[in-house]
Design a protein around this ligand. Structure first.
Ligand SMILES: Nc1nc2c(c(=O)[nH]1)N[C@H]1C(S)=C(S)[C@@H](COP(=O)(O)O)O[C@H]1N2
Ligand SMILES: [Mo]
Length: 164
Protein backbone atom coordinates (compact mmCIF):
# COMPACT_ATOMS: atom_id res chain seq x y z
CA UNK A 1 0.00 0.00 0.00
CA UNK A 2 2.73 2.44 0.95
CA UNK A 3 4.73 1.63 -2.17
CA UNK A 4 1.59 2.07 -4.24
CA UNK A 5 1.02 5.53 -2.75
CA UNK A 6 4.63 6.43 -3.41
CA UNK A 7 4.25 5.34 -7.02
CA UNK A 8 1.09 7.43 -7.45
CA UNK A 9 2.82 10.47 -5.99
CA UNK A 10 5.87 9.94 -8.19
CA UNK A 11 3.74 9.74 -11.31
CA UNK A 12 1.82 12.86 -10.28
CA UNK A 13 5.07 14.77 -9.76
CA UNK A 14 6.50 13.64 -13.09
CA UNK A 15 3.25 14.49 -14.89
CA UNK A 16 3.16 17.88 -13.15
CA UNK A 17 6.71 18.68 -14.21
CA UNK A 18 5.88 17.73 -17.76
CA UNK A 19 2.75 19.92 -17.86
CA UNK A 20 4.63 22.90 -16.43
CA UNK A 21 7.12 22.84 -19.32
CA UNK A 22 4.37 22.92 -21.97
CA UNK A 23 2.91 26.43 -22.23
CA UNK A 24 -0.85 26.92 -22.51
CA UNK A 25 -1.85 27.31 -26.15
CA UNK A 26 -4.21 30.17 -25.35
CA UNK A 27 -4.22 33.75 -24.22
CA UNK A 28 -6.72 35.45 -21.91
CA UNK A 29 -7.99 39.00 -22.30
CA UNK A 30 -9.59 40.66 -19.29
CA UNK A 31 -9.80 43.95 -17.45
CA UNK A 32 -11.93 47.07 -17.02
CA UNK A 33 -15.29 46.79 -18.83
CA UNK A 34 -14.26 43.45 -20.39
CA UNK A 35 -15.99 40.11 -19.99
CA UNK A 36 -12.93 37.82 -19.71
CA UNK A 37 -12.21 36.02 -22.95
CA UNK A 38 -9.82 33.15 -23.62
CA UNK A 39 -8.62 32.83 -27.20
CA UNK A 40 -7.27 29.42 -28.20
CA UNK A 41 -4.43 29.01 -30.65
CA UNK A 42 -6.95 27.80 -33.25
CA UNK A 43 -9.23 30.83 -32.77
CA UNK A 44 -6.16 33.07 -32.91
CA UNK A 45 -5.11 31.58 -36.24
CA UNK A 46 -8.64 32.04 -37.62
CA UNK A 47 -8.38 35.81 -37.06
CA UNK A 48 -7.01 38.11 -39.77
CA UNK A 49 -3.22 37.63 -39.75
CA UNK A 50 -0.73 40.49 -39.97
CA UNK A 51 2.83 40.12 -41.19
CA UNK A 52 5.53 42.51 -40.01
CA UNK A 53 9.27 42.63 -40.49
CA UNK A 54 11.10 43.54 -37.29
CA UNK A 55 14.64 43.55 -36.01
CA UNK A 56 15.24 41.15 -33.12
CA UNK A 57 17.42 41.63 -30.05
CA UNK A 58 20.34 40.08 -31.99
CA UNK A 59 19.77 42.64 -34.81
CA UNK A 60 18.37 40.18 -37.32
CA UNK A 61 15.34 41.13 -39.42
CA UNK A 62 12.65 38.51 -39.05
CA UNK A 63 9.17 38.02 -40.45
CA UNK A 64 6.58 37.80 -37.68
CA UNK A 65 3.00 36.66 -38.20
CA UNK A 66 0.20 37.24 -35.73
CA UNK A 67 -2.74 39.42 -34.76
CA UNK A 68 -2.56 43.13 -33.88
CA UNK A 69 -3.27 43.81 -30.21
CA UNK A 70 -5.90 46.27 -31.47
CA UNK A 71 -7.84 43.41 -33.11
CA UNK A 72 -7.56 41.16 -30.04
CA UNK A 73 -8.89 43.94 -27.80
CA UNK A 74 -11.67 44.73 -30.27
CA UNK A 75 -12.67 41.07 -30.19
CA UNK A 76 -12.88 41.33 -26.40
CA UNK A 77 -15.27 44.25 -26.79
CA UNK A 78 -12.87 47.19 -26.33
CA UNK A 79 -13.95 50.27 -28.26
CA UNK A 80 -11.14 51.96 -30.22
CA UNK A 81 -11.00 54.75 -32.78
CA UNK A 82 -12.39 58.24 -32.87
CA UNK A 83 -15.48 57.78 -30.67
CA UNK A 84 -13.41 56.17 -27.90
CA UNK A 85 -10.34 58.42 -27.99
CA UNK A 86 -10.96 60.22 -24.67
CA UNK A 87 -10.99 56.88 -22.87
CA UNK A 88 -8.13 55.50 -25.01
CA UNK A 89 -5.65 58.14 -23.85
CA UNK A 90 -6.24 57.14 -20.22
CA UNK A 91 -5.97 53.38 -20.77
CA UNK A 92 -3.15 50.86 -20.95
CA UNK A 93 -2.72 47.14 -21.23
CA UNK A 94 -0.70 45.07 -18.81
CA UNK A 95 0.71 41.97 -20.48
CA UNK A 96 1.76 39.04 -18.28
CA UNK A 97 4.01 36.15 -19.28
CA UNK A 98 4.36 32.58 -18.00
CA UNK A 99 7.41 33.59 -15.93
CA UNK A 100 5.31 36.44 -14.46
CA UNK A 101 7.29 39.02 -16.45
CA UNK A 102 5.06 42.03 -17.09
CA UNK A 103 5.14 44.92 -19.51
CA UNK A 104 2.65 47.72 -20.16
CA UNK A 105 1.62 49.40 -23.40
CA UNK A 106 -0.45 52.57 -23.58
CA UNK A 107 -3.69 51.95 -25.46
CA UNK A 108 -2.79 54.91 -27.71
CA UNK A 109 0.31 52.94 -28.82
CA UNK A 110 -2.04 50.13 -29.87
CA UNK A 111 -5.01 51.95 -31.42
CA UNK A 112 -4.30 52.63 -35.13
CA UNK A 113 -6.05 56.00 -34.77
CA UNK A 114 -2.94 57.11 -32.84
CA UNK A 115 -0.21 54.56 -33.51
CA UNK A 116 2.04 54.67 -36.55
CA UNK A 117 3.27 51.09 -36.12
CA UNK A 118 1.38 47.92 -35.27
CA UNK A 119 2.08 46.09 -32.02
CA UNK A 120 1.21 42.47 -32.69
CA UNK A 121 0.84 39.27 -30.72
CA UNK A 122 2.84 36.85 -32.87
CA UNK A 123 2.74 33.07 -32.90
CA UNK A 124 5.00 32.54 -35.91
CA UNK A 125 8.43 33.73 -36.98
CA UNK A 126 9.77 33.17 -40.49
CA UNK A 127 6.71 30.95 -41.16
CA UNK A 128 7.48 28.60 -38.26
CA UNK A 129 5.98 28.35 -34.76
CA UNK A 130 7.83 30.44 -32.19
CA UNK A 131 10.36 28.52 -30.10
CA UNK A 132 9.26 27.13 -26.74
CA UNK A 133 11.30 29.89 -25.13
CA UNK A 134 9.50 32.70 -26.99
CA UNK A 135 6.07 31.25 -27.62
CA UNK A 136 3.47 30.15 -28.18
CA UNK A 137 2.69 33.89 -28.15
CA UNK A 138 5.10 36.83 -28.12
CA UNK A 139 4.50 40.59 -28.30
CA UNK A 140 6.41 42.20 -31.16
CA UNK A 141 6.98 45.97 -30.91
CA UNK A 142 8.80 47.04 -34.05
CA UNK A 143 11.26 49.91 -33.91
CA UNK A 144 12.05 49.98 -30.19
CA UNK A 145 15.71 50.56 -29.25
CA UNK A 146 15.38 48.06 -26.38
CA UNK A 147 13.61 44.71 -26.63
CA UNK A 148 12.35 44.67 -23.06
CA UNK A 149 8.72 44.94 -24.25
CA UNK A 150 9.01 41.99 -26.66
CA UNK A 151 7.24 39.95 -23.99
CA UNK A 152 7.71 36.21 -24.54
CA UNK A 153 5.34 33.40 -23.48
CA UNK A 154 2.37 35.76 -23.12
CA UNK A 155 -0.51 34.35 -21.11
CA UNK A 156 -2.66 37.37 -20.16
CA UNK A 157 -3.61 40.75 -21.54
CA UNK A 158 -5.38 43.04 -19.07
CA UNK A 159 -6.90 46.41 -19.92
CA UNK A 160 -6.71 49.14 -17.30
CA UNK A 161 -8.68 52.37 -17.60
CA UNK A 162 -7.09 54.95 -15.32
CA UNK A 163 -9.56 56.61 -12.96
CA UNK A 164 -10.29 60.22 -13.89
N1 LIG B 1 8.52 36.52 -20.60
C1 LIG B 1 9.59 37.31 -20.68
N2 LIG B 1 9.75 38.10 -21.77
C2 LIG B 1 10.82 38.90 -21.88
C3 LIG B 1 11.79 38.97 -20.84
C4 LIG B 1 11.60 38.13 -19.71
O1 LIG B 1 12.39 38.10 -18.75
N3 LIG B 1 10.49 37.31 -19.68
N4 LIG B 1 12.87 39.81 -20.96
C5 LIG B 1 12.73 40.94 -21.90
C6 LIG B 1 14.00 41.61 -22.15
S1 LIG B 1 14.58 42.62 -20.95
C7 LIG B 1 14.65 41.49 -23.35
S2 LIG B 1 16.04 42.38 -23.71
C8 LIG B 1 14.20 40.54 -24.36
C9 LIG B 1 15.31 39.55 -24.62
O2 LIG B 1 15.00 38.86 -25.75
P1 LIG B 1 15.96 37.69 -26.26
O3 LIG B 1 16.11 36.70 -25.14
O4 LIG B 1 15.22 37.14 -27.42
O5 LIG B 1 17.26 38.30 -26.63
O6 LIG B 1 13.03 39.80 -24.00
C10 LIG B 1 12.10 40.51 -23.22
N5 LIG B 1 10.96 39.67 -22.98
MO1 LIG C 1 16.57 43.45 -21.71
Amino acid sequence: MKIFNLLVISFAVIAGLHVSTVQAQSVTISGDNIKPLTISRGEFQDMKQSVIMAKTHDERVRRYTGVPLADLLTRAGVLLGDTAKRQTVMSYVEVTAADNYKAIYALAEIDPLFANRPIILADRVDKKDLSAQDGPFQIIVPGEKKHARWTRQVTNIRLVVVKP
